[in-house]
Write a protein that binds this ligand. Structure first.
Ligand code: GRF
Length: 197
């Protein structure tokens, strides 16, 4: 399964995929890692010898041009799946349609609770005792697509946004790798002309 992984930050979810494929735990090929800004995630990709590309929003006067440029960059790698692993930009409906049903996102809450960019803070402020991580298919509405996998994570009374996010991310990494392992088996089965066992 050919993957393009999009990142914006520290890239620990990306690293979990890289580590899993090196261990043979998941049958994927990360054909490229893209980002909207220079970040540690891109450096992790470079260190692993993976192709990288950068499509900075600031370089485009119109958001639509940025979307088209990102779409072309991703499509150039002909991926089976596109993984938004801590990619903190909202893409437009045209880009989602281009890769319909093939973009997956990881989100630090139990969706549909706490969508958006401040999911951990919002959960903490709400006072929930359990939150978690969700891996879901990307649709045009933000954090709204069909859920592929979820993991629950307890909230402790001492938690800050940082400590809670770290606990969620520990669960999120395994969840994402497992979801990709499941999807990679489906992609193999879907390929026309291949023998099925
Ligand atoms: C993850 O919790 C992701 O769900 C959220 O940002 C975090 C990214 O972490 N949107 P990393 O860059 O993979 O370390």
């Amino acid at each position: 399964m050919r993957l393009v992984v999009m990142v914006s930050g520290s890239g620990t979810n990306l690293q979990a995929i890289i580590d899993a494929l090196h261990k043979g735990d998941v049958d994927v090929d990360i054909v490229a890692v893209g980002a909207d800004k220079p970040c540690a995630g891109l450096k992790r990709a470079e260190a692993a010898g993976i192709d990288t590309f950068l499509v900075p929003l600031a370089n485009y006067p119109e958001r639509e041009q940025w979307n088209r440029s990102l779409e072309r960059a991703i499509a150039g790698y002909n991926p089976d799946r596109v993984v938004f692993a801590g990619f903190m930009r909202i893409v437009d409906a045209h880009l989602v349609a281009r890769f319909a049903g093939r973009i997956i996102n990881t989100h630090p809450s139990l969706l549909p609770s706490f969508p958006g960019a401040h999911a951990v803070r919002d959960a903490l402020n709400f006072g929930v005792k359990v939150t978690g991580a969700s891996v879901h298919e990307v649709v045009a509405d933000v954090d709204a697509g069909p859920i592929l996998a979820q993991a629950a994570v307890p909230v402790t009374p001492e938690d800050t946004e940082e400590t809670l996010h770290e606990r969620i991310k520990s669960a999120e990494r395994g969840l994402l790798v497992n979801a990709l392992a499941t999807l990679s088996r489906e992609v193999t089965f879907d390929r026309p002309g291949e023998e099925q066992s």
